[in-house]
Structure formats: structure tokens, C-alpha cells
Design a protein around this ligand. Structure first.
Ligand code: NAD
Length: 307
């Protein structure tokens, strides 16, 4: 998986696909090796996921996280609380998990019921167990360039994909579409840091950007994290660019059993004609998110042994 570099000016026959499932498997295999080493020292890395309420999409995500952590040999527990749970009850549970030495990673699944303030909850998780990387201490560490925090899983996974496919990021112009706290902002922060798989010149676009296409056409590396189905089309992409599609959107499709289909923020069939490398949806960025969550949890367990 190497050889491609960002910014090639020649018109391509069609982009090479980035196989997110294969890279995620590689990360998970390494995680399993690290888990075995920790187990040999008597430490079983533990990820506790807290799910409040009965949102069906959240239940699917949480199920996937629990299964993946078990498969990696970790202790994966999900605590399910009713939708009537008060903020005080949830904070008390987090306090308990913060003090539980068998729990190395804590993840509170979003969204939370309206009586609970998500920021108050995230602030309560110990930064050393915040494997989502959303606690202000970890957000700050990422900006400073301090590597002993946790980086949010999706942007961290994108960076691993770029590395696995030999994308040259140093000096490249990276355009990120989206400025959310969980994807766009940390993605931009990662790419602008000094160091390997970074050192890029970063532009962040968002809903108020005046001429989106003018910005995206400058990108050697274009990362879309918007939540708008097939927003990015071929005329918005520089020939030879590397295109990373974080988006996950359901659109109507009468030809499928469910009547819907999962698509990204990129019009894949259109953009693959001009890009040099592109992530599909599904099996692109998606599988990396869970893989990096496992990676962060094992890192938390390794740090707890060293501490
Ligand atoms: P969000 O809604 O929090 O943020 C979307 C961002 O896009 C905002 O910053 C907004 O300013 C920007 N935006 C909206 N419309 C725009 C437009 N027309 N032009 C330019 N910018 C525009 O979303 P999010 O949580 O960052 O998620 C983005 C997408 O990524 C969603 O589809 C989500 O499902 C997906 N996602 C995927 C994974 C994964 O594991 N693959 C993880 C997280 C999010």
C-alpha cells in the first residue's frame, strides 16, 4: 500500500481505492498482540461503554464497539441506562468508573437525552480514560502537540490511512470540509502539527465558506466531514488529489431491501475519475473509527501499567 503521493497533476485513469477494512484489520491485529502482552502481565484492557436511552442507531454503534473489544481480547462492557436517567446519576456512574482500576477506557455514547448536558458529562470523565479524546484536556493536548493525550478516533484513523497508502503530507495543501469538535477541528489540528503524517498546510471550510469549490480545488488532500450526501463532485477536486470521505449519509434507494443506501459526502463514482486515491463508503473511514478506539483503550491500559 504505497507509492501514491498527493498532488500529482496528471489526469488519472481512475483513483486507487483505500481499503479501510484492510487497514482497520491491521490495526486490530496489532491491538490484539498488545492486549496479549498486557494479559501476560496480568492486565486485561477494559473498555466500558455507557449507553443512555434506546436510540436504535446508538444501540448498533455500541454493539459494534463491544463486539470489537471482545474480539481483540479486551474486557468490553456496556452499561445500559434508561432514558429517564438524571445527570446526577450518570455523573455518579462516571465517578465510579473513573476509580475502577479494571476500566481503562470510558466512552459515553452520544446523543444523550435532553435532561443531560453532554459537555458536563465529558468534563467528568478522567482525561486518562477519555479514549474518545473529547475531554478539554485531551483537546488542548492535541492542539499543543503533546502526544500523551488521546486523539479522537475518526481523525486519528484518517491519518493512519494516509500513512498506510504512502500519502506525502509534508507541505501538501490539506482542505478539511467541516469544523465539528469530533471530526473537522481535530482533523485540521492533526494535519497542521509538525511531524510525520502531518506538516500540511491546512484550510478548514464550513457552512459559511463563501466559495467551497474554489477552496476544495486547491487541495492535494481533501477530507470531507460534512454530513451532506454526495456534496463533493468531480469539478470540486483537483486532478490527482487524495480524497477522504468521512461522511455517512442514508439516501433513498428503491433497489435495496431496506429502501435506503449508505453514501458519503463525496459523489464517489464522479470523483474517482479525477482523484488519485479515494476512500469508499462503506469500508473506508468507518472501520478505522472502531479500530482506533481499541488502539486508544490499549494505550490507556499500557499507560496505567507504567504510571
Ligand atoms: P456535524 O454536523 O457536527 O458537522 C458538520 C460540519 O459540516 C459543520 O462544521 C458545518 O459547518 C459543515 N457544513 C455543513 N454544511 C456544509 C456545506 N454545505 N458546505 C461546507 N460545510 C458544511 O457533523 P460531524 O459529526 O462532523 O460528522 C460529519 C459526517 O461524518 C456525518 O455524515 C457523520 O455521520 C460522519 N461521521 C462518520 C464517522 C465515521 O466513523 N466514519 C465518524 C463521525 C462522523
Amino acid at each position: 500500500m504505497s507509492g501514491e503521493t498527493a498532488g500529482t497533476q496528471t489526469v488519472q485513469e481512475g483513483a486507487r481505492l483505500i481499503d479501510g477494512s484492510a487497514v482497520a484489520k491491521k490495526v486490530r491485529d496489532q491491538v490484539a498482540v498488545d492486549v496479549a502482552a498486557l494479559r501476560a502481565r496480568g492486565v486485561v484492557p477494559g473498555l466500558t461503554v455507557v449507553l443512555v436511552g434506546d436510540d436504535p442507531a446508538s444501540a448498533v454503534y455500541v454493539g459494534g464497539k463491544e463486539k470489537a473489544s471482545r474480539e481483540a481480547g479486551m474486557a468490553g462492557e456496556t452499561i445500559r441506562l434508561p432514558s429517564t436517567t438524571s445527570q446526577a446519576e450518570l455523573l455518579a456512574l462516571i465517578d465510579q468508573l473513573n476509580h475502577d482500576e479494571t476500566v481503562h477506557g470510558i466512552l459515553v455514547q452520544m446523543p444523550l437525552p435532553k435532561q443531560i448536558d453532554p459537555e458536563t458529562v465529558i468534563d467528568r470523565i478522567s482525561p486518562t480514560k477519555d479514549v474518545d479524546g473529547f475531554h478539554p484536556v485531551n483537546v488542548g493536548k492535541l492542539l499543543i502537540g503533546n502526544t500523551d493525550g488521546f486523539v479522537p478516533c475518526t481523525p486519528a484513523g484518517v491519518q493512519v490511512l494516509l500513512g498506510e497508502y504512502g500519502v506525502r503530507t509534508s507541505g501538501a495543501h490539506c482542505v478539511v470540509i467541516g469544523r465539528s469538535t469530533i471530526v473537522g477541528k481535530p482533523m485540521a489540528a492533526l494535519m497542521m502539527q509538525p511531524g510525520p503524517l502531518a506538516d500540511a498546510t491546512v484550510t478548514v471550510c464550513h457552512s459559511r465558506t463563501r466559495d467551497l469549490a474554489e477552496q476544495t480545488r486547491q487541495a492535494d488532500i481533501l477530507i470531507a466531514a460534512v454530513g451532506r450526501a454526495q456534496l463533493v463532485t468531480a469539478p470540486m477536486v483537483k486532478p490527482g488529489a487524495v480524497v477522504i470521505d468521512v461522511g455517512m449519509n442514508r439516501i433513498a434507494d428503491a433497489s435495496t431491501k431496506s429502501g435506503t443506501r449508505l453514501v458519503g459526502d463525496v459523489d464517489f463514482e464522479d470523483v474517482r475519475r479525477v482523484a488519485s486515491l479515494i476512500t469508499p463508503v462503506p469500508r473506508g473511514v468507518g472501520p478505522m473509527t472502531i479500530a482506533m478506539l481499541l488502539r486508544n483503550t490499549v494505550t490507556a491500559a499500557q499507560r496505567s501499567v507504567r504510571a
